[in-house]
Design a protein around this ligand. Structure first.
Ligand code: FES
Length: 106
């Protein structure tokens, strides 16, 4: 299993475990993490699964695709570390991943 720490805007941390091969968004939804709406169900078409990847994990999570970049234009308070969590697939290398949920999705 891949352990992920998800930090809310108020600093509350939740640690969840996901299956390798599942996406970060699917794992967050499975554990009812607040703030991850994922309205399009993972089709990279809504930007409501926006998260900030912890600086230390940016290399391992890689860069967003062009399609993801385009969709991120619609997200709230986009930063250098912004990603759409439906586009991050969990792998054993991501064990320990830390992400933050934005204040709001729009
Ligand atoms: S769930 Fe819609 S873009 Fe990620």
């Amino acid at each position: 299993m891949v352990k992920i720490t998800i930090i809310q805007p108020d600093g509350t941390e939740q640690v969840v475990e996901g299956q390798p091969g599942a996406t970060l968004m699917e794992t967050a939804k499975l554990h009812d993490i607040p703030g991850i709406d994922a309205e399009c169900g993972g089709a990279c078409a809504c930007a409501t699964c926006h998260v900030y990847v912890d600086e230390a994990w940016r290399d391992k999570t890689g860069s967003p695709s062009q399609m993801e970049e385009d969709m991120l234009d619609f997200a709230f308070d986009v930063r250098e570390t912004s990603r759409l969590s439906c586009q991050i697939k969990l792998t054993p290398e991501l064990d320990g991943l830390v992400v933050r949920v934005p204040e709001k999705q729009f």
